[in-house]
Design a protein around this ligand. Structure first.
Ligand code: ZN
Length: 167
């Protein structure tokens, strides 16, 4: 396993639309394992492949209190949404910033698992929010896109400043 480098906003690679995974093979399983290790080490509760510079539709999440319930979703699709939930979100690609975002409170998602088998998952609360946040990454969308332009620009300026000073 290996820790992967996480891209930071406003890196243009975070804006790519990721391609569906055609076969869940050893390469994808290795990616999933590395993404989980990277997510737990960060620490974070979700990570999408484009955040580690792999433009493929792979997401890992673990919204459990103990951090012992990893879920990996390959080619995830939200097939139903209900309700409204406003939660303060952050992102490993936008470290240090947290803002309220409105999303569906309950979702049903269809995906392939680590073995390439199709499954469906019903999620609510934090897990539902986290999955929606990560699936957005696959479409090149970030949580800052839900904020006002003024707020987003302010965050972008601060992130660019941070980048100039990191060595
Ligand atoms: Zn994120």
């Amino acid at each position: 396993m290996a820790l992967l480098h996480i891209l930071r906003f406003p890196d243009p690679r975070l804006r790519l639309v990721s391609a569906p995974v055609s076969v869940v093979d050893e390469t994808i399983r290795q990616l999933i394992d590395d993404m989980l290790e990277t997510m737990y080490a960060a620490p974070g509760i979700g990570l999408a492949a484009p955040q580690v510079d792999v433009a493929q539709r792979v997401v890992v999440v673990d919204a459990s209190p103990e951090g012992d319930a990893p879920v990996c979703l390959v080619n995830p699709e939200i097939i139903s949404r209900e309700g409204v939930e406003i939660m303060e979100e952050g992102c490993l690609s936008v470290p240090g910033f947290h803002e309220n975002v409105e999303r569906a409170s309950r979702i049903k998602v269809r995906a392939l698992d680590r073995e390439g088998q199709p499954f469906e998952l019903e999620a609510e609360g934090l897990l539902a929010v986290c999955i929606q946040h990560e699936i957005d990454h696959l479409d090149g969308k970030l949580f800052v896109d839900y904020l006002s332009e003024i707020k987003r620009k302010r965050i972008q300026k601060k992130m660019e400043k941070q980048r100039r000073f990191s060595m």
